[in-house]
Ligand binder design. Structure first.
Ligand code: EPZ
Length: 440
């Protein structure tokens, strides 16, 4: 199992390029199920979740070409004959977002069999709202042996009101509604930029969607969708992670190829703590001159402060003068990183959904354990300022959502290296030509 070894103390100086957004690429790859024509997606990040989604689609019978050559970072997906419209437990248990195939499969094939995702480190992660929405569209749903089966000769447009705001729930049902008979109006939708990016792709494929990115989305169903080419938006969470890295290390870091308008809540919160950032075009420059001031933070659905940046913000809060109260409103168990930060010297007390962070406390290197994707990022940030050499184990969590993070950080002066048996596949051209994905 790979580990990252990081020696703290170096200010990060120079430019880091942000990759495409994993959480936009995943639904966009699932959208290819809605047509038998090729869908070409560019700016695809080279991360594990993309490989998992490629395997998932190939197992259904899709042809998936995925290349990361210099000019590429591109995937071409063609779902001509979907011999097996299902997502097995083996695949879904490694990536909950596999449930994004549920809506497209029912809409395209008239049936779907998808393993229930089960919980994960950060919470129960149910998909009851996805299921309720599909039932509203006329799908017949059964659940047994850990699988959900959905079927409908043709979905029918309907009114859907989400009891809770759900990102992949909004995306799943948005995809299903594009091929339904008649109009679908969805209320209380997620407004994340990744939802709007998916809608952008679907409209390029011939869908008729209005209001994506707002709480109310209207979809006029069509009979068929066609292929399209689409460039995935930059990853706002990767960008936010590197902004905090630049601030924490007292560096002068330029985050290039990002979309500053997706980072409003984070930039406002960082300004409260005294972190200086300058935005120009698709770049954000961060100059870290401590001391930082403590500032309370509450995670909310977009455009509020993103839960996917909560762990990274907590690392910054350990270096701020004063007490910061971090409140996690989205997931019930997303403080796993706190105990690891405490082992490095942080002063954090957990009280239900609140973490009370008292700073500034010097951090010292330790052997720590990554528990989930964003907790791992928080430990990397802490290690960049800790005294000594930190070893982070189970970095496969990090590889799910950060492309070549050690190369990117080393390129701006971090002392970071990976040890272990496996280096992520690089520039390997992988083409699946059959339902069982004989990679070539
Ligand atoms: C998406 O997960 C993201 N994943 C998550 O990013 C992100 O943390 C989350 O949205 C919140 O922004 C992808 O986009 C692939 P939700 P998702 O449905 O859609 C409850 C990362 O680090 N809920 O918006 O699964 C749920 O339990 C990952 O990149 C139901 O109760 O999250 C949670 O409390 C982690 N029933 C809340 O809603 C449902 O049917 C929000 O979850 C669905 C969700």
């Amino acid at each position: 199992m790979d580990k990252l070894v990081i020696r703290g103390g170096n200010p990060l100086l120079g430019t880091i390029r942000v990759s495409g957004a994993k959480n936009a690429a995943l639904p966009c790859m699932a959208a290819a199920l809605l047509t038998e024509e090729p869908v070409i997606l560019e700016n695809i990040p080279q991360v594990r979740d993309i490989q998992t989604t490629r395997n998932l689609l190939a197992a259904m019978g899709a042809e998936v070409e995925l290349g990361y050559g210099r000019a590429q970072h591109r995937t071409t997906i063609q779902c001509k004959n979907l011999a097996a419209p299902e997502a097995s437990y083996e695949l879904v248990k490694t990536m909950r977002a596999s449930t994004l195939v549920l809506g497209p499969l029912v809409a395209r094939c008239g049936s779907a069999r998808v393993s229930l995702p089960g919980g994960c480190a950060i919470g129960a992660r149910p998909i009851d709202l996805h299921i309720k929405g599909l039932e509203r569209l006329g799908a017949k749903i059964t659940q047994d042996h850990g699988y959900v089966e959905a079927s409908s000769p043709r979905l029918k447009g309907a009114e859907i009101v989400f009891d809770k705001i759900t990102v992949t729930g909004t995306e799943d049902l948005l995809m299903a509604a594009t091929l339904a008979d008649g109009e679908t109006v969805m209320q209380n939708c997620a407004r994340e930029p990744e939802v709007a990016d998916l809608a952008d792709l679907l409209n390029k494929m011939g869908a008729k969607i209005e209001g994506a990115g707002t709480p109310t989305i209207r979809v006029q169903g069509v009979a068929k969708l066609h292929g399209a080419r689409h460039r995935i938006i930059p990853d706002r969470i990767e960008a936010g992670t590197f902004i905090i890295a630049g601030a924490l290390t007292g560096g002068d870091l330029n985050i290039a190829n990002c979309e500053p308008s997706h980072l409003g809540a984070l930039l406002r919160k960082l300004e409260e703590t005294g972190v200086k950032t300058v935005t120009s075009g698709d770049s954000i420059r961060v100059m870290g001159d401590a001391p930082f001031r403590a500032a309370d933070m509450v995670t909310e659905e977009y455009p509020g402060f993103p839960t996917d940046m909560q762990a990274q913000y907590m690392a910054l809060a350990t270096q701020a003068e004063g007490t910061s109260v971090v409140t996690e409103n989205i997931f019930e168990n997303r403080f796993m990183h706190a105990q690891e930060l405490v082992r490095m010297g942080a002063n954090i007390k957990i009280e239900g959904r609140r973490a009370i962070v008292r700073g500034k406390t010097p951090l010292s290197a330790a052997a720590v354990l990554a528990s989930d994707l964003r907790a791992s990022a928080s430990l990397v940030l802490a290690a960049l300022v800790a005294d000594g050499e930190t070893i982070i184990d189970r970095v496969y969590h990090l590889d799910r959502g950060y492309e070549n993070i050690e190369e990117k950080l080393r390129g701006v002066g971090a002392q970071i290296r990976r040890i272990g048996e496996m280096i992520p596949p690089r520039n390997r051209r992988v083409t699946d030509r059959s339902a069982h994905g004989q990679t070539v």
